[in-house]
Design a protein around this ligand. Structure first.
Ligand SMILES: Cc1ncc(COP(=O)(O)O)c(C=O)c1O
Length: 354
């Protein structure tokens, strides 16, 4: 029998949401990293035109989507050699189900991490073991998750760190799954895909990507994986039985989104400008910013319990996430998301300065 799932962490934040909502200027929600900038018009148009969709879609994805993912993987991620691709409904769903699909018994997760890695291991009845980035300290396992740029810290793994993780996978014969859903949002550090470091041998390597943030398509539930052909074939066979097929209008919207980089550059500039505005204001009120070199978040601390920082900000009408949601090591940090409108970010700066 599997271990019980933890309480849903966001429920614990609700009382602080109430405090923030009572601010005369209303709440500025910088807690959940849910995109607020519109899905680009051209993607919405493709989706709308595909709404007549009477037949079942292919689990493997349309030939056009498969080609678009492969091209993007080679050109943007630097993938080489033989690999396969598979669209999935949202990467959260994949993270939650991958240990089950792979029948993993031991799963390594980053010690400060997106909570679904742990939950996915629990759902699969597996043990989840938090580890640091230095893979020379890792125990043996069936599956290890990497996440760079990291949610919540915005840390970017170096080429050497990524290569060492690949070596761990080769030496142990274990699967390395690299969650790269923030890879397009470079700021002061350039993030690399695990696929660029495999020397064309992609065995036991999976890269997981999502269009939720890259193309502001979180509501579409559009994600995909790229990597070891045999492994992806095994996952595809499972999915042919289990469903979780990406709807055809979404597949078409994904194909269009992947063919365009311009909207990604605009979105990257938006997130980075918001970080540039907020960072000095947070520092001025005593927060020390750590990592936060890329991705979607500012990870910071006032060397106090995370909930104390959350409450202090809530009285200014600003809702942040306590770092304890991401593991014990985050208990004195908070996470601030750049997923608020420019006006809200400017207002947050004014409230911090007041
Ligand atoms: C590290 C990480 N992986 C995966 C996801 C899931 O994203 P989605 O399900 O929208 O693809 C998130 C969402 O916040 C995340 O932070």
């Amino acid at each position: 029998m599997r271990a019980p799932l933890p309480d849903f962490p966001w429920d614990a934040l609700a009382p602080y949401g109430e405090i923030a909502r009572s601010h005369p200027g209303g709440i500025i929600d910088l807690s959940q990293g849910t995109p607020v900038d519109p899905t680009p018009d051209f993607i919405q148009e493709v989706f709308g035109r595909a709404s007549n969709s009477p037949s079942y879609p292919l689990t493997a994805g349309t030939p056009e989507l498969r080609a678009a993912i492969s091209k993007w993987a080679r050109e943007r991620l630097g993938a080489s050699g033989e690999f396969d691709v598979l669209p999935v409904i949202g990467s959260k769903e994949l993270v939650a189900w991958l240990p089950t699909i792979l029948e993993a018994k031991k799963v390594l997760i980053p010690e400060i991490a997106y909570p679904t890695y742990h939950v996915g291991a629990l759902i699969g009845g597996a043990e989840s073991i938090p580890v640091g980035i230095d893979s020379s300290t890792w125990p043996s396992a069936d599956l290890a998750w990497l996440n760079s740029p990291s949610n919540p810290t915005g840390r970017v793994h170096s080429i050497d760190e990524v290569k060492a993780c690949i070596q761990w996978s080769r030496d142990s014969g274990s699967i390395l799954a690299s969650d790269e859903c923030y890879l397009e949002f470079d700021h002061t550090a350039q993030s690399i895909s695990v696929l660029s470091q495999t020397g064309s041998d992609n065995s036991n390597i999976l890269a997981v990507h999502s269009l939720s943030k890259r193309s502001s398509m979180a509501g579409y539930r559009a994600a995909f994986m790229i990597g070891d052909s045999q492994l992806i074939s095994r996952i595809r066979e499972f999915r042919k039985h289990a469903g979780m097929i990406v709807p055809l209008p979404v597949q078409k919207a994904m194909t269009a989104a992947l063919a365009d980089d311009k909207h990604v550059a605009i979105q990257r500039a938006r997130y980075n400008a918001r970080r540039e505005l907020l960072s000095p204001a947070l520092k001025a009120v005593g927060f020390r910013i750590e990592f936060s070199n890329s991705g979607l978040y500012i990870w910071c601390t006032r060397d106090e319990d995370a909930w104390t920082s959350v409450e202090w900000l809530a009285h200014k009408g600003i809702l942040a996430t306590p770092g304890s949601f991401y593991g014990d090591k985050g208990a004195r940090h908070i996470r601030i998301a750049m997923t608020a409108t420019d006006d809200h970010i400017k207002d947050a700066v004014l409230r911090l300065e007041a």
